[in-house]
Design a protein around this ligand. Structure first.
Ligand SMILES: [Zn+2]
Ligand SMILES: [Zn+2]
Length: 239
């Protein structure tokens, strides 16, 4: 499954763009997160050219993960001529309501977009199933990782998180994974709401280090340390 990246930075490292990935198959686009820098990069890199269906999954409501979702929804409806589809986690009505409220505040009326549960995302050849998996990041927020079941063993994608429980569960249900995409930071301090590189390394079997892609970089030193430890870094689409 080819995930392409629009950015790989953390909230306070916007020169790398907000961490966001997408799959483009024909005229369909599936987008993972839509932070403040993402809509501009979608446009500037031509990712929306010829698109007729846009699916967006949002891991949580920090601005670097959802800050330009309203602009994308309005652009789909008024410029591209179709309603964007927001993928909602199954059985998480409060989160769905928050996301809907956010779109309302952005001026996106209910008629401008549609919602579907994650279990109903179908028709992409890259994966057979897409799931939201609840995780912990800022304990006061609702946050999710994503899992793709793929013909080649499955893909785990965690934007912001402070723990490896979901990664461990994925590795036990997908013992030969295709790829792991995980946020990590080199900053370690009490109350950290992000995952340190050291804790990520402790959770990833040695054999899978190279196919573990670190993202949501908090600075250049984070990428350097991740590489030295044996991780890969996600490549970002050229401008
Ligand atoms: Zn973030
Ligand atoms: Zn966050």
């Amino acid at each position: 499954m080819e995930l392409r990246f629009l950015g790989r930075g953390a909230a306070f490292f916007p020169s790398e763009g907000n961490t966001a990935a997408y799959i483009r198959e024909g005229n369909r686009l599936l987008l993972l997160d839509c932070g403040e820098t993402v809509f501009a990069r979608l446009l500037n890199r031509g990712v929306l050219a010829g698109v007729r269906e846009v699916y967006a999954a949002i891991s949580h409501l920090h601005g670097d993960h959802c800050g330009s979702l309203g602009s994308l929804a309005l652009y789909c409806f008024f410029q591209l001529g179709f309603p964007m589809t927001v993928i909602m986690p199954d059985g998480q009505d409060a989160y769905a309501a928050d996301l809907g409220r956010l779109l309302t505040l952005f001026g996106v009326r209910d008629a401008y977009y549609r919602q579907i549960p994650a279990g109903e995302v179908k028709g992409f050849s890259a994966f057979t199933r897409f799931s939201y998996v609840p995780t912990v990041h800022d304990p006061a927020m609702t946050c999710f990782s994503f899992v793709f079941d793929t013909p080649r063993g499955g893909v785990f994608y965690s934007a912001d998180t402070c723990r490896t429980d979901e990664l461990a569960a994925f590795l036990s249900s997908h013992p030969q994974p295709e790829a792991l995409y995980v946020e990590a930071t080199d900053a370690d301090y009490p109350g950290n709401i992000h995952l340190t590189l050291d804790r990520l390394a402790a959770a990833v079997p040695r054999a899978w280090m190279e196919r573990t892609y670190v993202m949501h970089l908090n600075g250049p030193q984070c990428a350097q340390k991740a590489r030295e430890m044996g991780f890969s870094i996600v490549p970002v689409d050229a401008k």
